[in-house]
Write a protein that binds this ligand. Structure first.
Ligand code: IVH
Length: 703
């Protein structure tokens, strides 16, 4: 592919795909040079790629990739899998359980697109394969990279492993593929292959796999590619990510293209004119499920027209244009042997049912959640009872009901402890200002409770927070037990704290050694610059998880501005700062109250000050800050003709605008369709810029 447009002429979309292409080209060139000792680019050509990448990043800093070549010199020598950023994120699917959910899904799409009743909405149906998803990048028809889903944005590089699969073509067939395309699908193992593999594993005295999905995942993610090669893995292609050009108008055409390029696609994939057709397909698949020879756990429905798919877009991790209609959960009977109490990072006490092990849907289950004491009372479940449990997908198994209640000589109803089992502090149910008791009992010990402290540290280093390579639950527990890491900031002072405590240097601890010590320090140092949203999520503040942290990061952009607002909200309840926090679409009073409660605690203030001495918090990405409407407050009024109100709002929000329902001095743009009334008058009197729907579309099109 040639360079194409000069950097200063690239649109944001073009820049995004150009950065994806350059990251890939540079990675391939690096691998050829460093790993295979067979450079395929001249030094000048290579430097040119890097310079173009730098120039684009300088013009569009918000598009810089997590795996940007700028941050990487040569090839990382790692004993794990390398990390790669997907050209387009790999999304998940929202779930439907009942037929009514499927009706609602179609109705939502019709509303969003503003389809008249007599307009057909064609949807496709296909089995939801129970395996692991894989994204395959093809450049000029040749497989150049394979990546697991990972967190959806960044996955693991399993190229060498994927090359061993017979269903993954090394070279695409046909000739109508885009120069650069990410083909996506599911790696799975058939029932027969799974049974044979487990027989071999057992005969060799090795551990067997719980189910075909675990076997497929364990087989693909092998550092020793020879092991993957020996495992009978299969692959169905059903989707795509980035593509350098348009190659189909519908899902049906796209799947046909995947077939022409040499992929196995599912025979049961078909298009239907209405939801009755979909539900009919679902019923058929329920019946055929046992005879398919591989595990499926539902049926996926997708909007057939790709132009509609792109108009529908996605909300958080789910596309609006697809849904998974799940099969009913599998059930089994077993006995409740004990109820243990777990203390979470926010101090909540969760009762966990310990069960006599039983196989449900191919997995051995020995624990189930009981949620809280109200749930235990509702079920009236007692230790020793025979219970019915269910397990659906990856959801934690649940107890549905007590089957026999022959309780003579058995313990009475279970009562929750009123003291934390970990630290002995009082465990209470908080009562809100309306006098309603929280369903959860919480330990009041705060960070003096070891369970809470360890859980918080675990959360802080976890993948969705600071994502510190090489530090997980085990390490955190060990550091905590030895007294060197009691709070997150201590991680970044590790060597000094170990020294100060008079302990042996970490490199001499059992299981560490010089190399792993160096790696650990490097991993920590790599996170001294951390994204705003990750950092905020990592603090583990109640009601401020990944989603809300992302919202604050996008809206406040800098940590200083955000934390300033939280502190002002604390000092001046109900004032302007608090209003600015609450004004964010999606943020409610619970999150803001939790932030204030957190900021009010002196030990939290101390922790933050110390952390900020160690870390640099990177600005949040205001979405599409290059877009002409980012940061602007927009109001829609009157009738819109080219799109529905929902679609208009979603598009504006995705371009970084704030959509408001009323006109005020803070409104930047009023988009007024026919029939606009009082809002238009008010905007005119306030001197707010007013535009027609067509002018609005011209403004945001191509952005
Ligand atoms: S489409 C944007 N189709 O289900 C939609 N996914 O719960 C992308 N999956 O991560 C997915 N069979 O691993 C799609 N026929 C199918 C699927 C399928 C299995 C998996 C996939 C995805 C997960 C979402």
């Amino acid at each position: 592919m040639s360079d194409g447009l000069a950097v200063e002429h690239l649109s944001e979309d073009q820049a995004r795909s150009e950065l994806a292409r350059l990251a890939l080209e540079i990675r391939l060139a690096d691998a050829a040079y460093y790993k295979q000792d067979a450079p395929h680019l001249s030094d000048a050509a290579y430097d040119h790629l890097r310079q173009r990448n730098l120039a684009i990043e300088a013009r569009f800093p918000q598009l810089k990739r997590m795996d940007s070549p700028t941050d990487r010199v040569g090839v990382q020598v790692s004993d794990g899998f390398g990390k790669v950023e997907h050209g387009l994120p790999m999304l998940s699917l929202d779930n439907a359980f009942a037929d009514a959910d499927v009706e609602e899904f179609a109705a939502r799409i019709r509303r969003f697109l503003g389809l008249p009743d007599d307009q057909d909405l064609v949807l496709t149906a296909e089995p939801k394969i129970d395996g692991l998803s894989l994204s395959l990048t093809y450049k000029d028809g040749a497989l150049v990279r394979a990546a697991t889903r990972g967190d959806g944005k960044v996955g693991e590089d399993v190229t060498a492993n994927a090359r061993t699969l017979a269903d993954v073509p090394a070279q695409l067939a046909g000739g109508d593929w885009p120069d650069l395309v990410e083909v996506r699908g599911e790696v799975y193992m058939s029932h027969a292959d799974f049974a044979a593999l487990n027989t071999r594993e057992a005969a060799a005295g090795r551990k067997t796999f719980a189910n075909p999905r675990n076997a497929a995942a364990g087989s693909l993610r092998q550092l020793d590619v020879a092991i993957t090669r020996a495992r009978p893995l299969k692959f169905f292609a059903y989707a795509w990510g980035m593509a350098s050009r348009h190659f189909a108008d519908t899902q049906v055409e796209a799947v046909a293209a995947l077939g022409r390029w040499g992929f196995a696609t599912n025979d049961l994939f078909a298009a239907y004119q209405n939801t009755d057709g979909l539900v009919g397909a679902y019923r058929q698949m329920v019946e055929r499920r046992a005879a398919l020879g591989y595990d499926i756990d539902g049926v996926v429905y997708k909007v057939n027209r790709l132009d509609w798919q792109s108009r529908l877009g996605f909300v958080s991790r789910f596309p609006r244009w697809a849904i998974a209609h799940k099969f009913p959960a599998e059930k089994a009977l077993t006995r409740l042997e004990a109820i243990d109490i777990q203390v979470g990072r926010t101090g909540s006490l969760t009762p966990v049912a310990r069960l006599a092990p039983v196989t449900v849907g191919g997995v051995v289950v020995s624990n189930a959640t009981l949620h809280n004491e109200d749930e235990i009372a509702r079920l009236d479940v007692r230790i020793g009872d025979q219970v019915e449990i269910q397990r659906a997908g990856d959801v934690i198994p649940q107890i549905l009901r007590v089957v026999d209640a022959e309780r003579e000589g058995r313990p009475g109803p279970f009562t929750m402890p009123h003291a934390c089992p970990e630290c002995g502090a009082a465990a209470v149910r908080e009562v809100d200002d309306k006098g309603v008791a929280d369903v959860r009992r919480r330990c009041t010990g705060g960070l003096t409770c070891p369970a809470q402290a360890v859980e918080r540290l675990r959360h802080f280093v976890s993948r969705k927070a600071l994502d510190i390579d090489g530090i997980g639950g085990k390490q955190v527990e060990l550091f905590f037990e030895r007294g060197v890491v009691k709070a997150p900031q201590h991680l970044f002072q590790l060597a000094a704290r170990i020294d100060g405590a008079g302990l042996l240097p970490l490199s001499e601890w059992e299981g560490f050694g010089e190399t792993s010590y160096q790696k650990l320090i490097a991993a920590l140092d790599a996170r001294r610059e951390v994204a705003f949203a990750r950092f905020l999520n990592g603090l583990g503040i109640r009601n401020v998880g990944q989603t809300n942290a992302g919202l604050f990061a996008r809206n406040f952009v800098t940590w200083t501005a955000f934390w300033g607002a939280v502190e002002s909200a604390l000092a001046d309840p109900g004032g302007e700062a608090e209003a600015s926090l609450l004004a964010i679409d999606g943020i409610g009073a619970a999150a803001v109250d939790s932030l204030k409660a957190f900021a009010a605690e002196p030990h939290n203030q101390e922790m933050l000050t110390e952390l900020l001495n160690e870390l640099q918090i990177l600005d949040g990405e205001a979405p599409a800050s290059e877009s002409p409407v980012s940061g602007k407050t927009v109001v829609f009024t009157g009738t819109l003709e080219a799109m529905t109100r929902d679609e208009a709002k979603a598009r504006a929000t995705s371009l970084g605008a704030k959509v408001s329902g009323s006109v005020s001095a803070r409104t930047d743009i009023l988009v007024a369709g026919p029939g606009a009334g009082s809002k238009l008058k008010k905007a005119e009197s306030l001197g707010v810029s007013v535009m027609t729907e067509a002018e609005w579309i011209a403004l945001v099109d191509g952005a």
